[in-house]
Ligand binder design. Structure first.
Ligand code: FEO
Length: 397
């Protein structure tokens, strides 16, 4: 697929519907797109390439769009292989093509491909401009959004921001390139899952990038994944700002439970019912053994209040609970309120261990209501859960 998006700038990216797991661990239900753009001007300029699984289609898109012309420049914004895998193919076909990128990318080119292309590389840094004729690309560094070498670029003529991984999402494209052309109810939940699991650790860097681009007069945002944006930019900017500052999108409760034989699950359901009786809306319950962790992380980014219920396991944490907490600590989740319930037939210790992990996080509040289930819910536990539900409800208000 190749489409002109504006002023002789073409979409030459591809969609991958066969991929099961992005980065070989994040499950996808509707594939992913690898976006690439080609500017046809006095000079021709390709912006990034695509994943290796779609090289053939991508090269065809580039060739058709060039329509017999040679490629003068390849701009590399980001060196993760979902975007850089086609670089050698491009350089092999278009022998006179110059790479335009920064010094960190040059090092990574050597690491990934064992090539020294420095004689044919134009090094750029923050504020430099690549003059293509009509179009003039200004480069803006965006370290750690999502790797250290990342930069974005802004076409001074067409007012297009080529935003690399920023403002992207999962999901294959189906002809329509622009968000405003589709009614895609899954877009923002998938954009959050994409952001939280891939870039979630680097919120401060995302805020820094936002500060740089908010002054720009933007007509179009072209990310490396998913839809392009040409209006209503605040829809995506507002989401990114809440995610990047670890601000809950909603005052809402999620109940995450681990349960080996159903007894801790019963406590989770009891808590959900008590919250519902108090009028709490939009409660979501997740079995953390049965729900892929990337969805749980995304939900933690969405919600203000998290009830975490876990059995004790071998006098330690249940493996799924441990994994989730490790990921939360790695990402640096902040600004959340937790409620804890533990289970243990002998030696219950889960709440203590969960608290030790949560205390590593910034600005986390743990509701003062320690509930211990010994094997299965008893009447005392049910009363305690009722009290906990009340405290959560009060904290939500
Ligand atoms: Fe889509 Fe960080 O690569």
């Amino acid at each position: 697929m190749q489409q002109m998006i504006k002023d002789n700038i073409y979409y030459v990216g591809v969609s991958d519907r066969r991929i099961k797991d992005f980065e070989n661990y994040i499950p996808l239900t509707n594939g992913v797109s690898y976006n690439s753009y080609l500017i046809i001007d006095n000079k021709t300029c390709l912006l990034d390439t695509v994943d290796k699984v779609k090289i053939h289609d991508f090269l065809n898109n580039v060739k058709e769009t060039l329509n017999g012309r040679m490629l003068d420049y390849l701009v590399i914004h980001h060196m993760e292989p979902d975007h850089c895998a086609g670089i050698l193919d491009i350089l092999n076909i278009y022998k006179d093509c110059k790479i335009v990128t920064n010094i960190q990318v040059v090092k990574m080119l050597n690491q990934f491909f064992g090539i020294d292309y420095s004689a044919n590389t134009i090094l750029v840094k923050e504020g430099d401009i690549l003059d293509l004729g009509e179009h003039k690309l200004k480069f803006i560094s965006a370290p750690m959004v999502h790797w250290p070498e990342v930069m974005v670029s802004y076409d001074l003529t067409s007012k297009i921001l080529f935003s690399a991984d920023a403002f992207g999402s999962f999901g294959a494209l189906s002809g329509n390139l622009f968000y405003d052309e589709v009614k895609d109810d899954t877009y923002f939940s998938e954009a959050r899952r994409y952001y939280s699991n891939i870039v979630g650790k680097y919120g401060n860097n995302v805020v820094n990038l936002y500060k740089k681009i908010k002054e720009l007069d933007i007509a179009l945002i072209c990310p490396l994944h998913s839809y392009l944006w040409r209006k209503d930019f605040n829809l995506i900017f507002d989401k990114y700002l809440s995610w990047a500052t670890y601000t809950p999108e909603e005052k809402a409760v999620i109940i995450l439970y681990a349960s080996m034989y159903g007894n801790t699950e019963n406590a989770a359901i009891e808590l959900a019912n008590e919250l519902a009786k108090l009028g709490v809306l939009n409660i979501k319950v997740y079995d953390i053994s049965q729900t892929d962790e990337t969805y749980l992380i995304s939900e933690i980014f969405r919600c203000s209040h998290i009830a975490l219920l876990s059995p004790t396991y071998n006098l330690g944490l249940y493996p799924k609970t441990k994994s989730l907490l490790d990921t939360m600590c790695n990402i640096g989740i902040r600004n959340r309120t937790f409620a804890l319930i533990e289970n243990g037939t002998w030696g219950p210790i889960a709440n203590k261990l969960v608290k030790e992990e949560l205390n590593k996080l910034v600005n986390v509040n743990i509701i003062d209501q320690n509930i211990t289930i010994k094997s299965s819910l008893n009447d005392k536990n049910k009363e305690e859960i009722k009290e906990l539900a009340l405290k959560i409800k009060e904290d939500l208000n």
